[in-house]
Design a binder for this molecule. Structure first.
Ligand code: MG
Length: 383
């Protein structure tokens, strides 16, 4: 039986995680739940999964929950301190972080420090502080479990290598569905709306990541995520558009062999593999019907129409605090686009302008990263 602390339980990944846990009551048990502010959904989850500890990040919402729980004896925490408590609680074996954006970074460090296996579903913590997270995990001899579908695919292809990745892997190939605006010209993208941008053709996801998929920033973030998770140099990670989204990513080996992971688009599968690792369990995810797929196609990404991909990759090569700045500026740019305050094409422009004003610190520690993050957020709001 594995005990799980889930950060971000009311979001899309959080709910998929709970349905994996629900389907395997003899294997997984919820020990703690954390949410930002969605108290009504959390109340239902508390009833069903009976956690020993909950955290509501927003203090006012936490107060509402305490009132609603009445005399029921359940510890309700709030803020970053609350998240850290959830992350290091002695009863849990795995901490799954599915918060939005770079939120949850401190909790991830607390969990690793406490020796927990950590599943990181929001890629932003690895993007801004991947070198520190992986170093800490090596020191504490614990696992960072990939949850993102592409990274789960690569991880599955790398099983049984016994750590010989460096000598045997030539390239990682991240596949991208291309998002809702695949094939469009810049002219056609001038006036696209938030509701068009979040209407992803293959995956149902939260709003932030849906916009990132539409700009291809998501794939840029995933390149850095893969670099840290698998310790592969950035220049050996490629991106390929694969519209059918049947292959979730591939590994090319030095001898010319390729391995790919194929499955239907359902986040329950990578989540379950991370939770059951190193075992594989039955799942409710339907099997692929190859006769209905007909063909698998591959194309180069259109880097001119979707400049976020190259913007991200050149920022990763630069390193230092620049990745944190790009990430923070992107979070604000996406929020402003969703609010109708910025055009779709304005997203990369805004990020570029913030990056141009930043003086990058090399080999930053966590405080320098957090400083760069809040500086970039302010700049991105102000411009
Ligand atoms: Mg992904």
């Amino acid at each position: 039986m594995k005990h799980i602390s889930l950060i971000g339980s009311t979001g899309s990944i959080g709910e998929s995680t709970l349905s994996v846990i629900r389907a395997h009551p003899t294997r997984f048990k919820v020990s703690a739940l954390a949410v930002r502010a969605n108290v009504s959904k959390l109340l239902m989850q508390i009833k069903e999964f009976e956690p020993q500890l909950v955290c509501v990040y927003d203090e006012k919402a936490a107060h509402r929950l305490r009132k609603a729980l009445g005399r029921r004896a359940l510890k309700v925490l709030s803020g970053n301190d609350g998240l850290n408590e959830v992350a290091k609680m002695p009863q849990s074996d795995v901490v799954l972080c599915a918060a939005v954006g770079a939120c949850g970074l401190g909790a991830i460090f607390s969990a690793i420090e406490a020796g927990k296996a950590v599943g990181i579903a929001n890629k932003e913590p690895l993007v801004v502080a991947g070198h520190l997270i992986m170093k800490k995990a090596r020191e504490r001899k614990t696992h960072v479990l990939p949850i993102d579908s592409e990274h789960s695919a690569i991880w599955q292809c790398l099983q049984n290598l016994n750590g010989h990745t460096e000598k045997t892997v030539e390239r990682l190939i991240l596949t991208a569905s291309g998002g809702p605006f695949f094939g469009k010209t810049r002219w056609e993208l001038r006036a696209v709306t938030p509701s068009q941008a979040v209407n992803h053709p293959r995956w149902r996801m939260g709003r932030k990541i849906s916009v990132d998929s539409a700009t291809l920033m998501n794939k840029g973030l995933e390149v850095k995520e893969a670099h840290h998770l698998f310790d592969i140099p950035l220049e050996r990670i490629d991106v390929l558009i694969h519209r059918q989204a049947v292959i979730h990513s591939m590994v090319e080996f030095v001898d010319g062999s390729h391995m790919a992971q194929l499955a239907v688009n359902d986040m329950k599968l990578p989540i379950q593999f991370a939770l059951s690792y190193p075992e594989r369990l039955r799942s409710q995810v339907p099997k692929l019907d190859f006769l209905k797929i007909h063909s698998l196609t591959f194309e180069r990404p259109d880097r001119r129409t979707f400049p976020c991909l190259d913007l991200a990759c050149s920022t990763w090569r630069q390193g230092g605090t620049a990745p944190a700045v790009l990430n923070a500026a992107n979070e604000i740019a996406v929020a402003r686009f969703l609010n109708g305050d910025l055009s779709f094409l304005g997203i990369p422009n805004l990020i570029e302008r913030v990056l141009a004003r930043h003086r990058s610190v090399t080999n930053p520690d966590l405080n320098q990263i957090l400083e760069a993050d809040s500086w970039a957020r302010e700049e991105a709001m102000r411009i």
